[in-house]
Design a protein. Structure first.
Length: 191
């Protein structure tokens, strides 16, 4: 786990800023060191290369996401409230790490297999978490019996698209994105 006050965490947080701004290939370790207020050599005390720093930074961001998600998944709240909380966490993470996601999409073919595997594993874990919430709702009679994996993929996809439209493209600029509207569409469809 990462400690808010340790040097390695400072380096990882600085890497988020620099990689998010410059991309993987244009980012310089010296810029990350400057952002962290340390010497360039100090980074190599913690990471063997720029690539290993990038990989660990991606894992750091993913771990933060799942730490946030697990706080509400384990709570004894109904599945609808869990899905609403998921939307809030996604929004928070897109605001915080959206530039990195953009870099990943733009440079995915050049970043390397290890990072792709980290992200793919995270994606599968997220799908499983949402699927588990939907299964819980089905078991409790809150949701009708559906293919919970397909429902999880639909929910995640719709959530991401609406949040991207709102946060990146400003589609909901004049009106706040209404979680209840998204939930209504997901739960009741457009019938």
């Amino acid at each position: 786990m990462y400690n808010q006050n340790d040097k390695k965490t400072d380096i990882l947080l600085s890497a988020v800023k620099v990689f998010g701004r410059d991309g993987f290939h244009k980012a310089k370790v010296s810029d990350i060191a400057a952002e962290a207020n340390i010497g360039k050599g100090t980074i190599y005390e913690y990471f063997s290369s720029k690539k290993s720093l990038f990989e660990e930074m991606i894992q750091f961001c993913i771990d933060e996401y799942f730490n946030e998600a697990n706080k509400f998944i384990e709570k004894r709240i109904n599945p609808i409230e869990k899905l609403k909380k998921y939307i809030l966490i996604e929004k928070k993470m897109i605001i915080k790490y959206g530039d990195l996601a953009n870099i990943f999409v733009q440079e995915a073919d050049k970043i390397g297999k290890e990072v792709k595997n980290i992200v793919l594993s995270s994606r599968n874990k997220k799908i499983f978490q949402i699927q588990k919430i939907i299964d819980e709702g089905i078991e409790n009679g809150i949701f009708k019996k559906v293919d919970s994996r397909a429902a999880a993929l639909t929910f995640i996809g719709a959530t991401h698209q609406i949040l991207i439209d709102s946060l990146v493209f400003g589609y909901y600029k004049d009106e706040e994105l209404r979680i209840d509207t998204l939930m209504d569409l997901f739960l009741n469809g457009i019938k």
